[in-house]
Design a protein around this ligand. Structure first.
Ligand code: NAD
Length: 259
């Protein structure tokens, strides 16, 4: 079997731990390393113990090992852009990147393969296509509203997934999201035709929930996705890691990974 040597950047975080564990449990991967912040209390800790898998014999470090085939990054936008300097094939799961930061990722992808995926689940990749098609077929007479819910510690709002679904809905109608997006409503805010409303709820331990709703005068069409466990994102991240280890430089999405 061809082993993929993987290093997880952000290994002490919620997603990082989940990816470390998934890699340890998958025989087609070898855990090469895990990167934590230089001042993190987890520095030097056994990565297997960090994710409650049991001793793995691989310690958390402040930089990835030279021999990792691929990096998987779940950190913050600033850290993600800084880590492009590693110049290695990478799967980026971090969300909330600004336009300028996205441009930096595009630049880096000219010399290394990068998968940029604000949502790694297979289900979300598929409903994105459904939303694009529904939006086009139902047409501008149907008002689109997107509602997402996440745990209380999520930093960016709306979620990268809500933006991805909103973009798909806009594309289905031949529109640009920037022209039609309305983020929450407050005060005097009558709905304009063609608007796509995007709303974020935050609380408790919700892993991730997205609803895209199309309203007309006479019906309501709803597309919904609920992540039941971070495991679904970790599985997608490993799939993307295997993909990115074997392709030419370029910027790829989950659609490419799943094709
Ligand atoms: P988290 O806060 O639990 O973990 C982030 C980790 O990154 C922390 O441990 C932090 O110490 C670490 N970190 C920050 N800067 C670092 C650096 N320079 N070097 C090494 N480590 C560094 O957050 P989380 O819930 O794991 O989410 C992380 C990111 O992934 C967020 O942007 C989130 O929205 C995104 N996310 C994406 C998906 C997806 O499917 N693409 C799924 C869930 C979460």
């Amino acid at each position: 079997m061809n082993l993929t040597r993987i290093a997880v950047v952000g290994a002490a975080g919620r997603m990082g731990r989940e990816v470390v564990r998934a890699a340890l449990e998958d025989e087609s991967f070898e855990l090469a390393g895990g990167v934590v912040e230089p001042e993190a209390p987890e520095l030097g800790a056994d990565l297997g113990e960090l994710c409650s898998y049991g001793k793995a014999g691989v310690a958390a470090t402040a930089a990835p090992p030279e021999d990792a085939d691929v990096l998987v990054e779940f950190t913050t936008p600033d850290a993600t852009v800084e880590h492009l300097a590693y110049g290695r094939p990478v799967v980026i799961g971090t969300t909330g990147l600004s336009d300028e930061q996205l441009t930096r990722v595009e630049e880096a992808a000219k010399s290394v393969p990068i998968v940029l995926a604000p949502n790694m689940s297979v289900g979300v990749s598929l409903i994105r296509e459904v939303v694009r098609e529904l939006s086009g077929k139902l047409g501008a007479g149907y008002d689109v509203e997107i509602v997402e819910s996440h745990h209380r510690n999520k930093v960016d709002a709306p979620s990268g997934t809500a933006l991805l679904l909103a973009r798909a809905a806009a594309e289905g109608r031949g529109r640009k999201l920037d022209e039609v997006a309305v983020f929450g409503r407050e005060g005097q805010a009558p709905r304009e035709e063609g608007e796509i409303g995007i709303h974020a709820l935050r609380g408790g331990a919700v892993v991730g929930e997205h609803r895209v709703i199309f309203y007309s005068e006479g019906e309501e069409v709803k597309v919904a996705h609920r992540a039941l466990s971070r495991r679904t994102f970790a599985a997608g991240a490993l799939r993307a890691a295997r993909f990115v280890a074997g392709v030419e430089p370029g910027l790829y999405s989950m659609r490419d990974v799943l094709a």
